[in-house]
Design a binder for this molecule. Structure first.
Ligand SMILES: [Zn+2]
Ligand SMILES: [Zn+2]
Length: 195
C-alpha cells in the first residue's frame, strides 16, 4: 500500500463525485481532518474503513489498494464499438469509441444499451439520391422527443441534435453500411441498420 497513490486516488474520485472532504468524512463517521491526512499521503485508511470508503467512492477495494484504476482495455478505439452516454442531469451527449469512465454533473454515467425499435419509436429511413432522409411520426414535445440521431460507420460518426417542437427530419450522406442510433428522452437509445 502506497499512501501517496491511495491518497491521490481518494482525492480524485471524491472530486469527480463532487463531494467535499467533510461530506465524505460524514459518510464514514470520521473527521474531515482524517480525509485530508489520507489525501496528503500522510496516512492510510484503517482496514475497517476500507469497505465503507470504497462504497462511498463507488470503486472496488482492490482498486483503492493498488492506488490506481485498471488500464483501459486495448480494444479501445474501434469506431464500431462506439458507446453513447446521456447525462440525466444536464442532457449532455457523450460518446466513447471504447471503454471509458465518463463523468458529468458529478455522476458516473453508464453506456446506454441500444434497443430494437418498435411501433411509435421506429424511424423511417428513405433513400433520396445520395442521401438518407430520416423522418418519424414520433412525438416531438418537451416531455417526449428524439434528442439526437447518430450515424455510425467504421470510420465516421455523425451526430445530429434534434429539438422539441421541431419536426424530426434529417439528411445524412449515403456512404457505405452504417448503424443509425437515436435517443428518445423517455424510452432511451435505439438502433437499426442503415444501408
Ligand atoms: Zn451533466
Ligand atoms: Zn419515444
Amino acid at each position: 500500500m502506497n499512501p501517496e497513490s491511495i491518497g491521490g486516488l481518494i482525492r480524485r474520485i471524491r472530486r469527480e463525485k463532487g463531494m467535499t472532504q467533510l461530506q465524505l468524512a460524514e459518510k464514514l463517521h470520521i473527521s474531515d481532518r482524517t480525509i485530508s491526512k489520507w489525501e496528503r499521503g500522510a496516512g492510510c485508511p484503517d482496514i475497517s474503513l476500507l469497505p465503507p470508503l470504497c462504497q462511498a467512492l463507488d470503486i472496488p477495494t482492490d482498486t483503492l489498494l493498488s492506488g490506481g484504476l485498471p488500464p483501459i482495455s486495448k480494444e479501445a478505439g474501434h469506431m464500431k464499438k462506439t458507446k453513447f452516454f446521456v447525462c440525466p442531469q444536464c442532457g449532455n451527449i457523450l460518446t466513447a469509441a471504447g471503454d471509458a469512465r465518463i463523468i458529468c454533473c458529478g455522476m458516473a454515467l453508464s453506456p446506454l444499451e441500444a434497443k430494437k425499435p418498435e411501433g411509435q419509436e421506429d424511424l423511417i429511413i428513405e433513400q433520396v439520391e445520395d442521401e438518407y432522409y430520416i423522418t418519424s411520426p414520433h412525438e416531438m414535445t418537451k416531455n417526449h422527443f428524439i434528442t439526437f440521431l447518430a450515424h455510425l460507420t467504421g470510420e465516421r460518426l455523425i451526430l445530429l441534435r434534434q429539438y422539441p417542437e421541431w419536426d424530426l427530419g434529417a439528411r445524412l450522406p449515403r456512404r457505405g453500411r452504417g448503424m443509425l442510433y437515436w435517443y428518445c428522452s423517455r424510452h432511451g437509445l435505439f438502433r437499426k441498420l442503415c444501408e
